[in-house]
Design a protein around this ligand. Structure first.
Ligand SMILES: [Zn+2]
Length: 841
């Protein structure tokens, strides 16, 4: 502790000495408040003509049609070249080699090297809780907030890009009071296209099949990683993430419940009362249709709104324009929300900076007190489903005791550090009276020297809790996305928390390097069977695997389709990996020849590895005795501790347990070859992080089976072992399945048992990204009526007092593009139903 007390004041003195301009009031450059008469959107734009129009550069006006990624870059470059208010750069390169170009716009004095350095230094001082109040006060008086405008993270939602370019042109060239108000009071970072590969391909995902609006905390994709690195350099007080959805309406916040409990209140205040209210007033005045407080929540910590909010204390906002409107209208409305929001931030420059500073101070204070923020409901009459436990958390610890887990621990530490979290290491053992290991009861424990220590007494307290939590404490049973993401659990590393007042002897840790990619041993001749070219589940799961094989493990492979398999594509393949996808359509697509080829290849000595749909296909082909059944529980993306057979080859470097990411997966039962299993639900090993209802049905079932099949072997996972390529713990099981030895020779399975498993697998219904609604039996008639009213078709199951509706989604559309999925939560509420769970695709 002593060391830190010395270091911090020194750091402050140094940073105080650096920006000389801070000491003296910058009278000449002091930003002026816009005149009250200047209306942000009714003011006629006045262009000075220094910047060529889009027509002059591209041959058409923005909004006539979507610009291509290259056209976007060309116009952005032109503005930066011609305007002294704009500079540009590249923050990342996509998988297919396209640059992610950004522009920074502000007063000419601010966008010089020295000007940008000053803005960054001031932002850094405001984000440091130990900065003296007087200095912080001076910065809020004269400084400017950093505001981000970004679009097109979903490649098939183009209009945010064109609107952002229109904003850029205005900031680069306009001389009227509305543009001047923004330029005088903010530094604006514009990232028109977050997903250039997706934009060119017309796909939601990037070239590796990732939905990058789920990748923000893990930053597995270079596009996300480069963006976060830039955000850390230019930390936002506002982050606009422009999307498109189905229909013709427009969504902007306030958000729907649930909202993550560590979301800072002042940021929600900005989102709802400053920006949300400004946009609502503008749209109302113009008679433009919009909605809010519905569909789009602020819970999962991997979005372009939630991460800027809890990780940077920005007003992170998702905007959604209906994609059925004509393109000019889409661009116009996107432009309006961007311009109105920037104008509102600029008009409230000092309030924004003061509250931005205050959020850091408050977060630090909460961390000192070990206080977690409670769950709240933001949209009555919703009711809190579950409260945050009343337990203090002042410290997190990560243990590197197992050398086999070194890379995983370091990946967690690195992710924290790169979001501005201070990580230290104990220099001598520390006795913690109330140490609570993840998923275990608390008790006295002495942690060895070398243990990583993360104090909650930091400005990044909200983010630390968001990343190191034992549970997300889902406040409300409505699921736009998954409910568990704790980094130590995903990585399957040891650690825990304490609420005690401790004085550890520790030293700060410099940013640890990324683990070196690669694999050990000889790579097998590897094939990847993608079950469908069109199913989004198949494309994503195969994409996550391709990322893992190409970039993390450096394992070459051959991509195969069912038709390839039927045409002899398995020749020479030693290990075949079959990720998720529609098993029944793939079964049909294989045909007699493909099915026989897969069976003969496996029984002839091949190693078949599958999960979800890939597991179901193996069962249908008689390659396992494990039986599969539909779940009757609600598990919308949740981590379960499962026990690993430590004698089997899959356990190498994993240990006795691993956290299994489960999301409405098929329930797998096996009497032999169980490599990983859920503990009994009433045993002390049972632990769940995230939402579940009825998950006890998983108790004692198999998570992974590893069985002989003739001379070959099938390794089958019930759930996705490589979810979004961030479940590093279970990915190690997959790594061992591909590269490890076969188990000791086990007894050959009985043919009758395999036939029975095949019969059951064939009887399973086929659902592509379904909508799931679960209600109490007393609400069943009302729920069915709601589903009928939107034209849904569904399968219905009853378990205990709960009725489960699995609603077909034949095209596998995500909620934002689905014709009725987004409307279901409010229709269910209007029908007076208090649902058990609503899970959107
Ligand atoms: Zn989107």
């Amino acid at each position: 502790m002593r060391a830190r007390k010395l270091v911090w004041p020194l750091a402050l003195v140094t940073s105080l000495a650096l920006p000389a301009s801070l000491a003296a009031p910058a009278a000449a450059q002091s930003p002026a408040a816009p005149p009250a008469s200047c209306d942000p959107t009714r003011t006629e734009p006045v262009y000075r003509g220094k910047v060529p129009s889009p027509e002059q550069v591209l041959g058409f006006e923005l909004g006539e049609r979507p610009v291509s990624a290259a056209e976007s870059d060309r116009y952005l470059e032109t503005v930066a070249a011609k305007s002294e208010r704009v500079v540009s750069g590249t923050l990342a390169t996509s998988a297919q080699g396209r640059p992610l170009r950004y522009a920074i716009a502000g007063r000419p004095g601010l966008v010089t090297k020295a000007g940008l350095a000053k803005v960054r230094t001031e932002a850094g001082l405001l984000r440091e809780p130990r900065t003296p109040d007087a200095l912080a006060e001076r910065i809020t008086r004269h400084g400017v907030p950093i505001l981000w405008v970004s679009g097109n993270v979903h490649g098939n939602e183009p209009s945010g890009t064109d609107a952002a370019l229109r904003v850029l042109r205005g900031l680069g060239d306009r001389t009227d009071c509305a543009a001047k108000a923004i330029l005088d009071n903010a530094l604006v970072v514009i990232l028109p296209t977050q997903n250039p590969d997706g934009r060119e391909a017309g796909t939601r995902q990037n070239a590796y099949g990732f939905d990058m609006n789920r990748d923000w905390f893990a930053r597995t994709q270079p596009e996300t990683d480069g963006k976060l690195a830039m955000l850390t350099r230019f930390p936002p007080a506002l982050y606009i993430d422009a999307h498109e959805m189905g229909g013709t309406s427009y969504f902007f916040p306030p958000n729907a419940d649930p909202i993550y409990h560590e979301t800072p209140e002042q940021a929600i205040g900005w989102i709802n009362d400053l920006y949300g209210a400004s946009m609502a007033a503008e749209f109302t005045r113009r008679g433009i249709d919009f909605f809010n407080r519905d569909v789009y929540d602020l819970f999962y910590q991997g979005y372009g709104d939630s991460v800027p909010t809890s990780g940077f204390h920005a007003a992170g906002m998702t905007f959604e324009k209906g994609n059925s409107s004509p393109y000019p209208e889409k661009v116009e409305e996107q432009y309006l929300t961007q311009w109105v929001t920037l104008s509102a931030a600029a008009a409230n420059r000092r309030r924004v900076l003061t509250e931005w500073r205050q959020m850091t101070v408050d977060a630090h204070r909460q961390g000192v007190a070990g206080k977690l923020e409670p769950n709240q409901i933001y949209n009555p009459p919703n009711q809190i489903d579950r409260q945050v436990p009343d337990r203090k958390v002042r410290h997190y610890f990560l243990q590197e005791g197992d050398p086999a887990k070194r890379d995983e621990v370091r990946t967690v530490v690195r992710r924290l550090q790169r979001m501005g979290v201070r990580v230290e290491r104990l220099v001598r053992p520390l006795t913690v009276p109330d140490f609570r290991p993840y998923g275990e009861a608390e008790g006295k424990e002495t942690l060895p020297a070398g243990t990583y220590w993360i104090s909650m007494a930091q400005g990044q307290k909200h983010w630390i809790q968001a990343m190191l939590n034992e549970d997300s404490y889902t406040p409300f049973p409505y699921f736009y996305d998954v409910t568990a993401w704790s980094l130590p659990l995903l990585a399957n590393v040891r650690g825990g928390s304490s609420g005690a007042v401790l004085r550890p002897r520790a030293v700060p840790v410099g940013t640890v390097p990324a683990p070196r990619p690669g694999h050990e041993g000889k790579a097998p001749r590897l094939g990847v069977l993608q079950l469908s070219a069109t199913s989004s589940a198949a494309r994503e799961s195969a994409g996550w695997l391709r990322h893992r094989l190409d970039r993390d493990w450096k394992l070459p492979y051959t991509m195969l389709t069912p038709a390839d398999v039927a045409a002899g594509g398995l020749a020479g393949i030693e290990v075949l990996v079959t990720p998720d996808g529609p098993a029944s359509s793939a079964y049909d697509a294989l045909g007699d020849a493909g099915r026989a080829a897969l069976q003969e290849w496996t029984r002839g000595g091949g190693r078949y590895i599958g999960w979800q749909g890939g597991t179901q296909l193996a069962a249908r082909l008689g390659l396992t005795t494990a039986t599969l059944s539909e779940p009757t529980s609600d598990i919308p993306g949740t981590l379960f501790r499962v026990k690993v057979d430590e004698d089997g080859p899959l356990a190498e470097d994993v240990g006795g347990t691993v956290w299994n990411f489960t999301a409405y997966d098929l329930v797998m039962r096996a009497s032999s070859g169980v490599a990983a299993a859920y503990p009994e639900a009433d045993s002390p090993e049972w632990f769940v992080s995230g939402f579940e209802r009825g998950a006890a049905e998983l108790g004692g079932t198999a998570a992974v089976v590893d069985q002989p099949a003739g001379e070959g072997r099938s390794v089958l996972f019930a759930a996705e072992p490589n979810f979004r390529a961030f479940t590093d713990g279970t990915a190690k099981l997959l790594y061992n399945a591909i590269l490890g030895p076969a188990p000791e020779r086990a007894a050959a399975p009985r043919a009758a048992a395999a036939a029975e498993a095949a019969r059951r697998a064939a009887a399973l219904p086929s659902h592509e990204s379904p909508i799931r609604v679960s209600v109490r039996a007393s609400d069943a008639a009302a729920a069915a009526s709601v589903l009928r009213s939107v034209g849904a078709t569904w399968d219905e199951g009853r378990d205990g007092g709960v009725v489960h509706y699995v609603v077909d989604n034949p095209r596998g559309l995500p909620t934002d593009h689905h014709p009725f999925a987004g409307r279901l939560p409010s229709l269910i509420a209007e029908a007076g139903i208090d649902p058990v769970a609503v899970t959107l695709p």
